[in-house]
Design a protein. Structure first.
Length: 372
């Protein structure tokens, strides 16, 4: 059985299969921290729009519960119809964002069509299980906008003011950054305010349920392995777990200096640009556009720059030791810079050809051709 199959993912519950630094959601793999990072890309104004849906749904739900206490209420069916319409609208808006866009829509829609009927509500009074099911769906819907908003505010603050300031992006430094961020007065106040409006306050200790499952080994499909299955009864727990799980594997959100979107870094490097399309030039990625504009990622820890630095240092030493003349030195350094810039602008070249072109034997051979 492949990873991530037979999961329970809906508007109330979420499931992840966790394998090393990868999570599986509905049979698709994502780097740990991916979903937490994507929440940061929901603009603040959009978060507020979603919270308005949550507020309206909350008001209608409370009004409906009051009507249920009134024997032979004449308004109950009318309020129920309004509650259904608002719940459907909220659900459709949430589905415009990850991970809700990945949820099988037909199952949630079928459940909502069933529970928002007078017949179902008549059965609720005598059936605690049906009553709990009805409340869980409505509460799940109206709390999700506030979960997104609170998580977005806090983790954006973490990314912009703590993670971005780190000199080293590794697990130990991430742990310190999270500790300092969540103990800051600003974040404490944001979490306190969220607790006043959301049934699901934010905490660094998410409530989880674990089980184990059999699955094919992603590295060898002929082998079977145990995989940890993590089950969440709240999407706040889902997002917090994904964030911390990602950080514990060296994955962290970073803000692209070109398009402004947050993207997940999975190494200890600090790239300035993502691989998405640049809004300034839709024919180029942000990384390519940044390099073209002269805003190259002159980070010494970047793999492109590490190799560039190693090769150019060797070329200079060869010149000092009189192994090559001044003309060859200048031409070799210029060629190395050309290969570096091409690697920054062309990811395929970086992955497939850059290392070979930067071999000294290749550089000197190309210089010989150029100099004749």
């Amino acid at each position: 059985m492949p990873m991530g199959t037979n999961q329970t993912n809906n508007i109330v519950h979420a499931t992840l299969d966790v394998w090393e630094d990868i999570v599986y959601y509905n049979a698709k793999s994502y780097p740990a921290g991916y979903f937490a990072t994507e929440i940061l890309n929901i603009p603040f104004e959009r978060q507020k729009e979603l919270c308005n849906y949550g507020n309206r749904l909350t008001i209608l739900f409370n009004e409906f519960m009051v009507e249920c206490l009134i024997p032979e209420s004449k308004n109950r069916d009318r309020v129920l119809s309004m509650l259904k319409d608002e719940a459907m609208s909220t659900y459709r808006e949430l589905r415009k964002h990850l991970p809700f866009s990945l949820i099988p829509e037909e199952l949630d829609m079928r459940a909502m069509e069933m529970i928002f009927t007078p017949e179902y509500l008549q059965a609720v009074a005598a059936d605690r299980e049906k009553s709990d099911f009805f409340v869980s769906i409505v509460e799940g819907l109206y709390s999700l906008p506030f979960i997104i908003n609170t998580f977005g505010i806090v983790v954006t603050h973490l990314a912009d003011h703590y993670l971005s300031a780190l000199k080293k992006r590794d697990v130990n430094h991430f742990a310190v950054a999270v500790h300092d961020c969540f103990n800051s007065e600003e974040v404490k106040e944001a979490i306190k305010e969220s607790a006043d409006v959301s049934a699901v306050p934010m905490t660094l200790t998410p409530t989880l349920r674990f089980s184990y499952n059999f699955a094919r080994d992603p590295k060898n499909e002929k082998e079977m392995v145990f995989v940890r299955r993590v089950i969440f009864d709240s999407y706040m727990d889902f997002f917090v777990y994904d964030l911390i799980n990602g950080l514990s594997h060296g994955h962290a959100p970073s803000k692209c200096q070109c398009c402004g979107r947050y993207f997940l870094t999975t190494t200890g490097h600090s790239p300035k640009y993502c691989d998405g399309m640049a809004p300034q030039n839709p024919t180029m990625t942000c990384r390519q556009y940044g390099a073209r504009q002269g805003q190259k990622e002159d980070n010494p820890d970047h793999p492109i720059y590490r190799l560039f630095s190693t090769r150019t240092n060797t070329i200079r030493k060869h010149a000092e030791r009189k192994k090559i003349d001044a003309e060859t030195r200048a031409a070799a350094l210029e060629l190395a810079r050309e290969y570096r810039d091409k690697a920054l602008m062309d990811r395929e070249y970086f992955l497939n050809s850059y290392a070979g072109d930067m071999e000294l034997e290749h550089i000197y051979a190309e210089v010989k051709k150029r100099l004749g």
